[in-house]
Ligand binder design. Structure first.
Ligand SMILES: Nc1ncnc2c1ncn2[C@@H]1O[C@H](COP(=O)(O)OP(=O)(O)O)[C@@H](O)[C@H]1O
Ligand SMILES: O=P(O)(O)OC[C@H](O)CO
Length: 504
């Protein structure tokens, strides 16, 4: 009998394939890093063929290692880095250009022009988003303008656009062009209230409708994998953007529940139920999930640099051999040195949305060393989370909101960071037993669709706490440190335009 459920989690820095048993325990994991390309300042690209190859490798590896044939897999779920934009040729399946990654800022000027032309209110009203290079729409427009002939081919229906879920679905099924509502909600082309692609927005961004995939529920039929890929056809029964999948994996099904996922970036989502709550604090309104045509919404705070700051310590500065060394190194720093890193490496995300600012380190002295760098990098993630939750509280002042934060993602492995997070938030931080909540969430969707897993209420009851980090800082100490952080952010925002090097 087919009882295993497979999840593909295609993240910014790596692809994971995870196999889950009927009791939701993990039967196997395979992971492959994917290459990051930075062709110019603020530009970030991925190779779609490399992503596809990493999916084939990891799925084959996890099935082989667990000794589970594809025929024993009841369902497959796909979750993915969101917004990242691929356009490919429908006839050949070949991408016309590398993928423009969600972090890519090359369309900042285009966004500024569209804002100046007064289009942002329409974008926000229909999509819950803002005009920022983060979202897919301006990335699509850039590709259509930059790649010779692309616009004409798109208008003739010869090209297909997709976020990474669509790209993988196309390749896995041999030509299904579909996505789910959570991924569609991140394009800035999808009306999240009506659940349809929006013609007015397509006109604003100059995007032909013929490029777009069909939008489906998160839990449902997305075809089957080609039988030749893994030895047998596997039904694809769940798709969700990775932050929404983590919200599901953390069982945040009740309005007021919040999770934050610490991967390359950090994304905090507050479930607001059937209400698409408009933010007054520059948070995003987005679709948390769509089941049976019914949409549940979330307020989202998006930070572009979380684990990426740890990668910078490791790869950029050479201060660490391994990301896991960051917490112990930070623990050796002087706690009162007053050093703040504002890691605006690709601009600032929520709630500031400043694509043009770049990072800065404040408070350096002659004796500032690697320990202080590590501490400032990890604390920057905590401070930014604080600002997101403060914005959520302002937007959605319900009594049951944010009494606790559920945390997950690669960086949640760091005990030091989780404790500091609780301290600087003044809230308990709960870390679950299964930290791979993104993969778990989409495996749950796929398994639920085929009847291997129970209804959401029963799944929520099965959520298990591994460790609660309780706040230990006095409120005066917390306020003093937050004040330092906010002064650093204000100073940086005062330097809006990126600094130019000497002209050559
Ligand atoms: N023990 C740790 N302490 C601090 N950061 C960590 C630790 N382990 C992993 N990370 C960071 O977490 C990130 C990887 O998390 P992951 O959830 O795999 O990200 P993504 O889905 O964006 O690829 C990396 O940026 C890495 O630097
Ligand atoms: O790859 P992650 O986990 O950093 O997530 C990326 C987000 O989906 C971008 O919106």
């Amino acid at each position: 009998m087919s009882t295993f459920v497979l999840a593909i989690d295609q993240g910014t820095t790596s692809t994971r394939a995870m196999l889950f048993r009927p009791d939701l325990s993990v039967a196997g994991l395979a992971q492959a890093e994917i290459a990051q390309t930075y062709p110019a300042s603020g530009w970030v690209e991925h190779d779609p063929e490399g992503i596809w190859a990493s999916v084939l490798t990891t799925v084959r590896a996890v099935l082989a290692r667990a000794d589970v044939p594809a025929a024993s897999v009841a369902a497959l779920g796909i979750t993915n880095q969101r917004e990242t934009t691929v356009i490919w040729d429908r006839a050949t399946g070949a991408p016309i250009h590398p993928a423009l990654v969600w972090q890519d800022r090359r369309t900042a000027d285009l966004c500024a022009n569209l804002k100046a032309a007064g289009h942002e209110p329409l974008v926000t009203a229909r999509t819950g988003l803002i005009l920022d290079p983060y979202f897919s729409a301006t990335k699509i427009a850039w590709l259509l303008d930059f790649v010779p002939g692309a616009r004409g081919r798109a208008e003739r229906g010869e090209l297909a656009f997709g976020t990474i879920d669509s790209w993988l679905l196309w390749r896995l099924t041999g030509g299904l062009h579909a996505t789910d509502a959570t991924n569609a909600a991140r394009t800035a082309l999808f009306d999240i209230h009506r659940g349809v692609w929006d013609d007015d927005l397509l006109a604003v961004f100059g995007i032909p409708r013929a490029l777009l995939p069909e939008v489906r529920d998160c839990a449902g039929d997305f075809g089957t994998t080609r039988a030749d890929l893994f030895g047998a056809a596997i039904p694809i029964r769940g798709v969700a953007g990775d932050q929404q999948a983590a919200t599901i994996g953390q069982a945040c099904f009740t309005p007021g529940m919040v999770k934050a996922t610490y991967g390359t970036g950090c994304f905090a989502l507050l479930n607001t139920g059937a209400e698409a709550h408009a933010s007054r604090s520059r948070l995003l309104t987005t679709i948390a999930y769509q089941f049976g045509g019914q949409r549940t919404y979330a307020l989202e705070g998006s930070i572009f640099v979380a684990g990426a700051a740890v990668q910078w310590l490791r790869d950029g500065l050479g201060l660490l051999r391994d990301a896991a060394e960051s917490g112990p190194l930070a623990a050796r720093a002087d706690p009162d040195a007053g050093i703040y890193l504002v890691p605006a490496f690709v601009g600032l995300g929520a709630p500031h949305w400043e694509p043009d600012v770049r990072g800065a380190l404040f408070g350096l002295t002659r004796d500032t060393g690697p320990e202080a760098f590590a501490r400032a990098a990890l604390e920057s993630v905590c401070y930014q989370t604080h600002d997101l939750l403060a914005a959520m509280r302002a937007d959605w002042p319900r009594g049951d909101a944010e009494t606790v934060l559920r945390a997950d993602g690669g960086m949640a492995a760091s005990d030091w960071t989780m404790q500091r997070l609780a301290d600087l938030l003044g809230l308990p931080v709960d870390r679950p037993v299964v930290r791979e909540t993104t993969a778990l969430g989409v495996a749950y969707l796929a398994g639920w669709t085929v009847g291997v897993y129970p209804e959401p209420e029963a799944f929520a009851r099965a959520w298990r706490l591994e460790r609660r980090f309780g706040p230990t800082l006095s409120s005066a100490d917390r306020a003093k440190r937050l004040d330092g952080w906010h002064r650093a952010v204000r100073a940086l925002r005062g330097m809006r335009a990126p600094l130019e090097g000497p002209s050559s």
